[in-house]
Ligand binder design. Structure first.
Ligand SMILES: Cc1cc2nc3c(=O)[nH]c(=O)nc-3n(C[C@H](O)[C@H](O)[C@H](O)COP(=O)(O)OP(=O)(O)OC[C@H]3O[C@@H](n4cnc5c(N)ncnc54)[C@H](O)[C@@H]3O)c2cc1C
Length: 569
């Protein structure tokens, strides 16, 4: 696979500004190829073109994770060309891919005559000094990016802080859809049952959902999806429930991050990567900024009229999982390394109330790729497949959206291990670009013989053959008398067969900072903390299971910005 990752220009500038350049002595002109092992063990191969003694171009072929590793390689390529130096920082959140890239580059450049003991020098990051702005936004996921864009469009000064080396947060991993009702896309496809009101009603129909919150968020989500589409996102494939995704079967995550990133660039927002907020500054009971601890360099302060926390959940914090949902602390997670619950802690320190902290969502269908949990939800929800245990038996409606219910059934059916299998065929792969990518990365086994596939995965071949024979009759009649499955995207009519080992992982944390319909953070008595707003997964937005969905953070970001504009008029 060649590199297609997108890199925000300012990310390159930020990294370039952080490094001490150490120019190479004249290199020999030519094209040099070298490789180093990447995250998945497959090579990251670089081609370096040297012209007139200078590095003119760097490209990579790789199998790193799209949108994370791939973007790190792009950042590093641009940075090395710009600075003519290997003394660039690894991109945090994608350290292993960065190291592989730098190692391969070092070898390639040595072929061009570069003398270096290890090829990579330690770098010192230039710290920013104290700063003052209208609003400081903490967290560069969908919520934080939307907030910063809206503030800038309203003429406000804004600083967006992101603790990792890339923007996007969990948003980049969004695998299946972004929801909304009444969007331009639905209108284009003449989808008459998808209105703002219909979406609010749909949301309100779920347990633990505050209907007022549902009505508050529904109109905003329409504006968010329209904004993304008007700014170039391909979200042209619509399907139930109120879902939008790219027309060619790709996951929507990268499309969303790319579009927000471009808009930030257009607005020339002051985006600071590798910049972690470590304290909320308070004065007379009001949030007036944050203390920032950069990856390297000294902490500094950003003072502001308002603070928006958009730091995501705490799925990647073992410590917080142990405290609030101990049974999940033993599991891996599909989430970004940034989901450490920073915002929860910062808000709690200044008196904010945290609610529903023990509620989490598990994703039953994840593959463990060397400790990184890769979600196969998109396949379950759209192009089908069946889940089986070691005996080859199904145990639930394989397409069910009730992730926790599926996980419980899976644990029961596997004697408590939770280790099961997702089996599908070529037709499922052909429909989804994301699954093609996973096949290429080697997460999935395939075989023309079902028996061989079963043996290779460790499933009872006879059991699996019987199950598939039965399932085919259900798919033909459109009726699954065993588990009530309604859709049969995969009919097992196109070879080869595919299979992947799956296990549950932490998908999302539902609890967080209590907020009201204005996205204001509330104290223990339910009173808004002046100047402090919170949006997205860091909050408990009272939308039940939809708290975790990607339409929520940018929708509440719009609400928070509206309130801030009123308050700071
Ligand atoms: C594998 C996967 C698949 C998903 N698929 C879907 C889907 O199909 N449909 C759907 O609706 N939703 C999906 N989601 C959920 C969706 O991705 C999230 O709802 C969304 O990304 C949350 O956005 P956010 O802005 O609140 O937080 P995040 O996206 O988590 O962003 C928070 C950001 O804040 C940064 N940060 C944290 N602490 C600090 C600090 N102290 N200082 C500075 N920065 C900080 C983090 O590094 C991160 O970049 C999926 C999630 C995952 C993990």
């Amino acid at each position: 696979m060649t590199m297609t990752g997108y890199v925000p220009k300012f990310a390159t500038f930020a990294i370039a500004a952080f490094v001490h350049t150490a120019a190479f002595a004249a290199l020999m002109d030519g094209s040099y190829v070298a490789s180093a092992p990447g995250v998945w063990g497959s090579p990251v191969e670089t081609t370096v073109v040297v012209k007139q003694g200078k590095i003119a171009d760097i490209s990579f072929k790789h199998n790193e994770t799209e949108g994370v590793g791939s973007r790190a390689l792009d950042v590093i390529a641009r940075s090395v060309v710009k600075t003519q130096s290997l003394a660039v920082d690894a991109v945090s959140g994608a350290t292993a891919s960065s190291k592989a890239a730098l190692m391969a580059l070092s070898v390639a450049l040595q072929k061009a005559g570069y003398q270096a003991s290890n090829g990579v020098k330690n770098t010192v990051q230039t710290a920013f000094g104290d700063a003052s702005t209208d609003v400081v936004v903490v967290g560069g996921g969908p919520g934080g990016m939307m907030a910063a864009i809206e503030l800038s469009r309203a003429g406000k000064d804004v600083i967006l802080l992101e603790k990792l080396g890339v923007l996007g947060g969990n948003g980049t991993f969004t695998s299946t859809y972004i929801q909304a009702g009444g969007t331009v896309v639905q209108a284009k496809h003449k989808s008459t049952d998808t209105t703002v009101e219909g979406f609010a009603k749909y949301l309100s129909g779920y347990p633990d959902t505050d209907p007022v919150m549902a009505q508050t968020v529904a109109p905003e989500s329409k504006v968010v999806v329209d904004f993304l589409v008007e700014n170039g996102a391909d979200l042209d494939r619509i399907f139930k429930p109120f879902a939008h995704a790219p027309s060619d079967g790709r996951a929507p995550g990268l499309e969303i991050t790319k579009t927000f990133t471009k808009a930030l660039e257009k607005e020339k927002v002051d985006v600071r990567l590798n910049a972690r907020a470590t304290r909320i500054l308070m004065k007379d009971g009001r949030a007036v900024g944050v203390e920032v601890t950069p990856l390297s360099g000294k902490p500094y302060k950003v003072t502001a009229k308002a603070v928006i926390l958009a730091t995501g959940g705490f799925s990647a914090s073992k410590e917080m999982l142990k405290q609030f949902a101990p049974e999940a602390a033993v599991l891996g997670t599909t989430n970004s390394a940034g989901t450490q619950g920073d915002g929860h802690r910062l808000a709690q320190e200044v008196g904010a109330k945290l609610t529903d902290m023990g509620k989490i969502v598990l994703n039953p269908s994840t593959y463990n790729a060397n400790g990184t949990q890769i979600s196969f939800t998109a396949l379950r929800f759209t192009s089908g497949g069946i889940m089986v245990n070691q005996s080859g038996n199904r145990f639930i409606d394989d397409t069910s959206n009730d992730k926790t219910g599926v996980t419980q059934a899976m644990i029961k059916a596997t004697g408590g291990t939770g280790k099961a299998f997702l089996i599908f065929d070529q037709s499922s792969v052909s429909k989804l670009a994301i699954i093609k990518d996973y096949v290429q990365k080697g997460y999935v086994l395939h075989d023309k013989s079902l028996e061989n596939l079963a043996k290779r995965l460790g499933i009872d071949p006879k059991g699996l053959a019987n199950t598939i024979a039965k399932y085919k009759t259900y798919a033909e009649s459109g009726n699954d008398p065993e588990f009530g499955r309604k859709t049969f995207g995969c009919k097992f009519d196109t070879l080869p067969y595919y299979g992947v080992k799956i296990e549950p992982a932490v998908h999302a944390t539902l609890g967080g900072i209590a907020i009201n319909t204005k996205a204001q953070a509330l104290d223990q008595n339910g009173v808004p903390i002046k100047g402090l707003y919170a949006v997205g997964q860091v909050t408990d937005s009272n939308l039940g299971r939809h708290n975790v969905n990607v339409f929520v953070p940018p929708s509440f970001a719009r609400i928070a910005v509206r309130e801030i504009l009123k308050e700071t008029k």
